[in-house]
Design a protein around this ligand. Sequence first.
Ligand code: GGG
Length: 359
Amino acid sequence: MNGYRIAVIPGDGIGGEVVPAGIEALEATAGRFGLRLEFTDFGFASAGYWQRHGTMLPADWEATLRGFDAIFFGAVGWPEVVPDHISLWGSLLQFRRTFDQYVNLRPCRLMPGVRGPLAGREPGDIDFLVVRENTEGEYSSVGGRIFEGTERETVLQETVMTRIGVDRVLKYAFEQAERRPGRHLTSATKSNGIAISMPYWDERFAAMSERFPDVRVDRFHIDALAAQFVLHPDWFDVVVASNLFGDILSDLGPACTGTLGIAPSANINPDRLHPSLFEPVHGSAPDIAGQGIANPIGQIWCGSMMLDHLGHPEAAAHLLGAIEDVLAYGPGGAPLTPDLHGTGTTVELGRAVAERVRE
Ligand code: GGG
């Protein structure tokens, strides 16, 4: 199959700036590999839509998006207009849950030409994959407030871990680790303090590891793991974590490699029963929105992950190679954005990658 329908949701803030750069790079790649990508733009899942309609999504959003092969998403969140928990639960989390995108894949790599904050690390030293559980865990709507407005005001929110939900993401992570040369899987936990759900996660991890004897495993409490990410990021190969821990680690990892601006993520339904969604790890960044200086690499790398998921690994590798080549030119040779110590714009950096794809 060579033709795909892609739903495009730029969302808020810099989403509207980096998504066009991602599409330009995808179109260049599609042209080179004989693929037909048909992009359809949607304005929902944004603060603007909320202002007009009082909701983040139209009533028929599920039927609309179900007709697409993938969703190419920018960023959501504009707290001046709509509280963050409403915009997130009203859009992205609906997509992840309704389309059972139970794996959130977040690669973290020190790229050539990118100066990270950690001294002495070369490209190749840091190259790991965070596999984040994406539909349950700490991101739960089970809970509530009682005695509101009184001195006894009490707020509860439960972590939800189901055996199916935990086992399927662990299995996916083991399979990823089994395919990589390092064959090493680290589990993030906090079973000393969070003494009901996290020991359960550990138990299921230990049980799953018996099915993958070739994968070396270890387990860290999340606090120690955060420190190890900074001190020894080169130790890690695949890291599997609950929803919240995975979210935190997949911001910390890219920060250790220089900038959150290059980090991609894929919200995947591995069973391919529903469309998967590809979004950069970064958010809508209201502080720099509208200035044209947002780094488009995370969004473009999402395009590469999307092509891989759609069954075109060569096209995906070519696009990722173009990203690496352009970054390797460094601030003197490529129009890198300010987070990469350059003076380039979103459009210029995106165009440089698209041109490299065509060369
Ligand atoms: N492009 C990613 C985005 O918009 N992120 C907003 C956010 O806060 N996401 C939280 C999450 O991924 O759980």
